[in-house]
Design a protein around this ligand. Sequence first.
Ligand SMILES: C[S@@+](CC[C@H](N)C(=O)[O-])C[C@H]1O[C@@H](n2cnc3c(N)ncnc32)[C@H](O)[C@@H]1O
Ligand code: SF4
Ligand code: SF4
Ligand code: SF4
Length: 364
Amino acid sequence: MQKIKFRFSSRHVDAFNTPGVLNLMFLDITNCCNLMCQYCFNHHKLSLPATHLDIGLIETMLQSAVASRVGNWFLSGGEPLCHPRLEEALMLFQQYGHRPKIATNGILLTPEVIDRWVSLGVQSVQFSIDTLEPSTFRDLNAGSPENLRAILDNMKHAVASPLRIVASSVLTKVNAREIENIMLFCRDIGVDSYTLYPNVPAQKTNRDLVLPIDDQMELFDHLFTFYDDLCPTRLIDLSIPCFQFSQVYARWKDRLTIRLHPCGAGQFNLKITSEGGVSACICQDAAEFIVGNIHEYTIDEIWSSPEIDRFRSVYKEIPECRSCQIQSLCRGGCRNEAFVSGTRGILSSDPHCEYFERNVSRPV
Ligand SMILES: C[S@@+](CC[C@H](N)C(=O)[O-])C[C@H]1O[C@@H](n2cnc3c(N)ncnc32)[C@H](O)[C@@H]1O
Ligand code: SF4
Ligand code: SF4
Ligand code: SF4
């Protein structure tokens, strides 16, 4: 995912990632969910018959040599709390000495569940919260006012627990004007960091909610000002490497610490779908991104397969990237965003990069 993470605390530092060393396993452990967010990159799977990642397959992954060294196991979905055997899965992680992170919409994350997760060794919880307004929550996430109240109450309890609590929003046209309020709410109740994900849908047909890049830049500039006043930590992690060519970056780079990170697709992260497909990209399960299936191969085999090698070097074939001065750092930007919005499939150019190319004169 492309992201901008605003840190409220300097206590936590994300793991250092090395290309070629698997360090993030993103598990879509179920396709079921109790919401129906319009932007969801798994929207096309939410109404399919239920598939829950098999507990035996999770154990096989935990036993693989490459995956056993992974520092970050991220449980996602669908809604992880809709997996009927989530507790058993958490027990397995504990048995194998891993402390997973869990992304949740928070509706079912009651104080009792939080206490249970603490005892099962969960490391951190990421609450997804796109709005504080019941009417927007209904329109964007298809949830009720009671659902929204439950999320906000559960968040307030969770921050008082020993777990590390973070929060995130997907940036869309619908909630753009609210982001500042959500960030303030999260800081005030005591979450550790707030992440904004620019909406990158998984399908070409679902792009109505994407905020134009011009407006994104204006909002980022505004949010940097707001964050600079709000929080003395002044530390932002941003995973859009070509952002370094923007005017907003030029304006802020000496006032805030802005760490730029490349996409980890197939380089240090893998996603496992609830049916067992293995995708290089966290947000995409189109055939172009699939590098294997855990029903047929082990993670060790997939991590050194010709399929993943091909994916890793695809950026070298993108015409726009060939003469780029930061090609080895950026590796073609976000392949998912390029794939969904471009005309050359997985070899399309990254729209953020195209935007900066058009609007900023780059150093030579
Ligand atoms: C697919 S959700 C699954 C876990 C859980 N149901 C939740 O919403 O947190 C995982 C994360 O992806 C984010 N997400 C979903 N669709 C997205 C999109 N189109 N672009 C960027 N992030 C997205 C969600 O906001 C959430 O933080
Ligand atoms: S290609 Fe996938 S993993 Fe990489 S930044 Fe884009 S959405 Fe994220
Ligand atoms: S709560 Fe999560 S999985 Fe469910 S629809 Fe929203 S983003 Fe998708
Ligand atoms: S040209 Fe390609 S490698 Fe260079 S910044 Fe743009 S997307 Fe990244």
